[in-house]
Structure formats: structure tokens, C-alpha cells
Design a protein around this ligand. Structure first.
Ligand SMILES: Nc1ncnc2c1ncn2[C@@H]1O[C@H](COP(=O)(O)OP(=O)(O)OP(=O)(O)O)[C@@H](O)[C@H]1O
Ligand SMILES: [Mg+2]
Length: 302
């Protein structure tokens, strides 16, 4: 396992900002880290990157403990912090050269050229960082995180504030990098999770409330079985209440209904039997899985 976190806890005053967090991430995996504001994502990431110490528990990166081996952890990890602090008075290439120097990289020029190509910074490479737009600053942040070719990338909201085109570019980059490395990234954009991640970790009030592959996660949450059915004839809600094992019925119009079982029952068969018994014709019947967004609301509300 590239990243192993066990019973991690961070206490600020009386607040358990991170509370007994345990998870693992392996090579070739992109892990989406979700949670409401203040849930503990940034704090967890700062501990994994050996930026701040934990109160309890352990975190290891490629076998190195963040407390006893922070230098080794720094070599293995690339980190894009939440607010992407960059030296605004430095030029892009100068800054990347500086970071490459910190990592004692041989043949700095070649590596900087590669990163500039990879992150699409070609046209901006001779500018002052302070003169770059937000999206391009974010790319410089990604370039510095990857410059030493780390095995693990920890990206705290790497796509926040990007325009739709930049979003696609950066997501593709994350996906590409994730084929070989371990990537843990936080985001508030649910489509992004569906588009990029292999697995999702949801944290709420410092505690992990879900750790699953996306499809499993979507199936796990009640409300997963929403069947949309379109009849040829007008149907009244009272009639539909006769279907077995259902919980909720919503009309899209008098022909089209959303029927939910509220459990893990698939009620398509019951709907079909009901239609036959009532001499109704079904034109369309479709089962929807809940979206990551539904799951997120369900697990983090209250
Ligand atoms: N240095 C600190 N001192 C006191 N409390 C802190 C400190 N850093 C974080 N916290 C608290 O810990 C909790 C978790 O914060 P954290 O930044 O990890 O949340 P987050 O999940 O990253 O949220 P967001 O989505 O808004 O970025 C918050 O309640 C925050 O106020
Ligand atoms: Mg944060």
C-alpha cells in the first residue's frame, strides 16, 4: 500500500477535527476525498504530507512513517496545498527550478521542460507567477507537486476555480497520472468524482462515513431503486399505491411516474405485474442508481 492511515486523530482545543480515520490507498488508484466544509479533508492531507503532526494514530507513505521519516515521506509525495501558496515574484521557470533544486534533481532543465509540457504551461512559462490567471497558477502548483516524480500525489482541491476547459485538462492529467501513481484528491464537484475516481472516501465531522468504489457506493444508499415508468394511459396516484413494496411515488406528469422502493428491492417486476393486472401499457421503464451527489447528501446531512 502506498498510503496507510490508521486511527488518525487531530484535536484542536476541544474539537476532534480528524477522528479515528483509517484508510489505505494503493498504486494505480485515484481516490476522491469528499466531505462538507470543515469535515477534516485538508487536516488529514496535511498530516499525510508530514506538514503537521497528528494527535493520535499513524500515517505511512510507501512504508515511511510521517513522524519518524518526514524527509523520506517528502521524497515520495507531491503535494498541492489547498490555497496553492506560490512565490508570486518568481518567474514560472525560475520557481520550478527552485523546487527542482530542493529535490536535488539532476538535469533540471529537461525535467522542467517535461513538466511544462505535461501541465500545458508552454505559453506562460516565461511569466511572473503573480501575473498568471488562477487556472495557470494551479497548473504551476501541479507542476511543482510532480517535479520529483513522486509515487504519491496529494492534491487539495486541484480544480477549484478552473474554467470548464481547464477542468477537463486537469482532470485528464489527474487520471493519466493516476494510472501509475497513487492520487488522493479532494473536491466539492461531484461530476468530477464520477469522472475521475476509482474510489471515494467521504468524511463528515472528522469521521470516515464511506470508503467504496463508486458503483458500490451508489448502490449502497437507500433510494437507489428509483424506477421511472411511462404508461400509455393516464394513471392516478391512488392506483399506483397498489404496487407491492413501494415507498414513494412522484408524478412527472399523468403518464410518467418516479417510483421508489426505499430499500434495496428492485420493484420493476411488481410494476410490470401491476400494469398487466390493470390493463395498462408500459412504454418505458428505467432504473436509476443514485448519484454520488445523492449519496453525499445522505451520508453528510445533519
Ligand atoms: N489550525 C487550526 N486551529 C484550529 N482549528 C482548526 C485548524 N485547522 C483546521 N481547524 C478546524 O478543523 C476542522 C477541519 O478543517 P479542514 O480544513 O480540515 O476541513 P476541510 O474538510 O478541508 O474543509 P473545506 O472543504 O472547507 O476545505 C474545521 O472545523 C477547522 O476549523
Ligand atoms: Mg480543505
Amino acid at each position: 500500500m502506498s498510503v496507510k492511515v490508521n486511527g488518525l486523530t487531530k484535536i484542536y482545543g476541544t474539537q476532534r477535527a480528524v477522528d479515528q480515520v483509517t484508510f489505505e490507498a494503493k498504486q494505480g488508484e485515484v481516490l476522491g476525498f469528499l466531505g462538507p466544509n470543515g469535515a477534516g479533508k485538508t487536516t488529514t492531507m496535511k498530516i499525510i504530507t508530514a506538514f503537521i503532526p497528528q494527535t493520535e494514530g499513524t500515517a505511512t507513505v510507501c512504508g515511511y512513517d510521517t513522524n519518524s521519516d518526514p524527509i523520506a515521506v517528502n521524497e515520495k509525495i507531491g503535494y498541492l496545498p489547498e490555497h496553492n501558496p506560490l512565490y508570486k515574484d518568481m518567474y514560472v521557470r525560475e520557481y520550478l527550478g527552485f523546487v527542482a533544486g530542493l529535490h536535488k534533481i539532476n538535469n533540471k532543465k529537461k525535467r522542467i521542460d517535461e513538466l511544462i509540457e505535461m501541465t500545458g504551461l508552454g505559453l506562460e512559462q516565461r511569466k511572473l507567477i503573480g501575473a498568471l490567471s488562477k487556472g495557470y497558477r494551479q497548473r504551476v502548483g501541479l507542476a511543482q507537486a510532480m517535479i520529483h516524480n513522486p509515487d504519491v500525489l496529494i492534491l487539495d482541491e486541484p480544480t477549484s476555480g478552473l474554467d470548464p476547459n481547464q477542468l477537463v485538462d486537469i482532470r485528464n492529467l489527474i487520471k493519466e497520472v493516476g494510472k501509475e501513481k497513487t492520487v488522493i484528491f479532494s473536491t466539492h464537484i461531484m461530476q468530477e468524482v464520477q469522472a475521475v475516481c476509482d474510489r471515494v472516501l467521504i468524511i463528515n465531522q472528522g469521521k470516515i462515513v464511506a470508503d467504496d468504489p463508486i458503483d458500490i457506493l451508489r448502490q449502497k444508499v437507500a433510494g437507489q431503486n428509483i424506477i421511472t415508468v411511462q404508461f400509455k394511459q393516464k394513471v392516478h396516484k391512488n392506483q399506483l399505491l397498489g404496487i407491492k413494496n413501494i415507498k414513494e411515488i412522484q408524478a412527472e406528469d399523468e403518464f410518467r411516474w418516479r417510483i421508489s422502493s426505499g430499500s434495496d428491492n428492485d420493484v420493476r417486476e411488481e410494476i410490470f405485474d401491476f400494469a398487466v393486472a390493470n390493463k395498462l401499457t408500459i412504454l418505458e421503464m428505467k432504473r436509476e442508481l443514485s448519484s454520488v451527489e445523492d449519496v453525499f447528501h445522505q451520508l453528510t446531512k445533519g
